[in-house]
Write a protein that binds this ligand. Structure first.
Ligand SMILES: Cc1cc2nc3c(=O)[nH]c(=O)nc-3n(C[C@H](O)[C@H](O)[C@H](O)COP(=O)(O)OP(=O)(O)OC[C@H]3O[C@@H](n4cnc5c(N)ncnc54)[C@H](O)[C@@H]3O)c2cc1C
Length: 465
């Protein structure tokens, strides 16, 4: 590419343009998952909407592939691409809370830690995930599930509007009133439809929650899973708890005797007073006393950042996922078998409950087509050492292959690696896929935004919703 053209592009941006020869390049091309190493031609750190528009025009004029980067957390590294232009939104960072409407306006480059920090001061939170360093952009556009899902729904259920720069560089607002088809599509359809430069969310009263892990020995795992599968389905929606197989981290608050021990556990979050939480968990504590628990009142942002220190950027990650309707005894036995063989300290399996408030929305109301599912299951092989890549990958794949026949069919799009195949994407969107393909054809007919879990434009697709 002509250096003069690049220099001209650079001069048009408020943000930084990073080239492979720049000292900042090596850091700027890294994503959270160190298994991914891609070398873009250019990285545009966009400072504002104007930079995003300029970057899109530049990519079009120069026939460059584009990837959109929010927090850089995507499992498959979809925020970065080889030989193309990365539209990096990380400088677009602002959070404005309107206490009168309890709404929260969030810049496209924010992480959930930014949102939690700002909203907490007003006694509010937006339903998100379980780690504060995850980007708002990717998590929201794929759906968003976490500690508050049972009480307030998925992140997309709390999205009121978004500012979007489309594939032709035009700027639009997507909401129930403006461009409603686009608004429908971005609530689960990922980064297929445009670059979201800001999100408007409904916040909810959440301040101090009673939260933290309870752990049990592995020989109790089958019993705990069988208790959990019944309990969480009927529990009040203010209570969330995801089940995990884990290796106890070697540090506080865990007692030394448990350090590096493989165990199972539930990480709870109760949005209410401690006495009520204790009432709800009393029978569990007496029938299955945990080997350890750290279930205490804490500010919501503290819960959100509880695992940040363990899961730092730069680890190797291999992900496999499914939605789950039912945990049969056979599935429980297979979970115990594979969950007991965690290959490394960071590897884990989580079963996130997605029942409750998320089920108030219909299967065609947003692209999220598994509202009836009870859990979103994810198996992640994780380790700092690149030499362990094959081992963690094989463990996660074997575990997933054993449990996949017990799954509901699709999987959370944000828990998939790149290249799982179009069939997996179709299985995930089910009857919504055709409508997504139509909306894609309207807003991005050339598939300009294709570094994502791609929905191919198809104006003639026969939408059934
Ligand atoms: C440690 C860890 C914990 C996680 N926990 C949870 C969890 O609890 N709940 C949950 O729901 N998910 C969770 N995830 C998954 C997470 O939702 C996805 O990885 C998501 O893609 C991350 O978003 P990001 O902006 O950081 O990603 P990026 O890698 O920056 O972007 C991923 C893709 O999202 C799209 N995108 C991002 N921002 C924008 C934007 N502003 N406009 C248009 N498109 C955009 C693009 O297509 C891009 O390719 C977790 C991931 C990790 C690594």
């Amino acid at each position: 590419m002509d250096q003069q053209i690049v220099s001209q592009f650079k001069s048009q941006l408020r943000g930084q343009l990073i080239e492979p020869t720049d000292p900042a390049y090596e850091d700027a091309r890294k994503v959270y998952n160190a298994m991914i190493s891609r070398k873009p031609r250019l990285i545009a750190k966009c400072a504002d909407v104007a930079d995003v528009i300029t970057a899109i025009h530049f990519a079009r004029q120069n026939n460059l592939k584009v990837s959109i980067r929010g927090g850089g957390h995507n499992a498959g590294g979809l925020g970065v691409c080889d030989d193309g232009l990365v539209i990096d939104l990380s400088p677009i960072k602002f959070v404005h809370v309107d206490p009168s409407t309890k709404t929260v306006r969030v810049g496209g480059g924010c992480t959930w830690g930014d949102v939690d920090h700002a909203a907490h001061a007003f006694g509010l939170a937006v339903p998100s995930g379980i780690i504060s360093t995850t980007g708002v952009g990717g998590l929201t556009l794929g759906g968003g599930l976490g500690h508050l899902t049972r009480q307030f729904g998925l992140t997309i259920d709390n999205l009121l509007a978004a500012d979007v720069v489309l594939a032709d560089g035009t700027f639009v607002v997507a909401s129930a009133k403006e461009n409603p088809d686009l608004f429908w599509a971005i609530r689960g359809g990922g980064g297929n439809f445009g670059v979201v430069t800001s999100f408007l969310f409904q916040g909810h009263p959440v301040h101090t929650v009673c939260a933290g892990p309870m752990l049990w020995e592995l020989d109790q795992a089958a019993d705990i899973l069988k208790w959990y599968r019944k309990f969480i389905v009927n529990a009040p929606q203010e209570l969330a708890g995801f089940f995990a197989f884990l290796t106890v981290p070697p540090g506080p608050p865990f007692p030394e005797a448990l350090h590096l021990k493989k165990m199972c556990g539930v990480v709870w979050c109760y949005n209410g007073p401690q006495e009520k939480a204790n009432d709800l968990l009393r029978s569990l504590r007496s029938s299955h006393p945990p080997a350890f628990e750290f279930f205490v009142p804490m500010p919501f942002p503290m819960l959100q950042s509880m695992f940040d220190g363990l899961y730092t950027p730069g680890l190797q990650w291999y992900w496999k996922a499914d939605f789950v309707n039912e945990l049969s005894d056979q599935a429980v036995a297979l979970h115990v078998k594979h969950g007991s063989q965690l290959p490394t300290l960071h590897s884990t399996m989580h079963l996130y409950p997605i029942n409750g408030a998320a089920q108030r929305v219909g299967n065609g109301d947003t692209p999220w087509a598994y509202r009836e599912a009870l859990w979103s299951q994810v198996i992640v092989g994780v380790d700092p050492d690149p030499a362990k890549k094959d081992e963690i990958t094989a463990w996660a794949r074997n575990y997933w292959e054993a449990l996949h026949p017990f799954g509901a069919g699709g999987a959370y799009i944000n828990f998939m690696m790149e290249g799982e195949g179009e069939e997996r994407i179709r299985a995930t969107y089910r009857h919504n896929y055709e409508k997504l393909a139509q909306v894609k054809a309207k807003y991005d007919p050339d598939n300009f935004f294709r570094v994502n879990q791609n929905i191919r434009p198809d104006a003639a697709a026969k939408a059934t919703v």
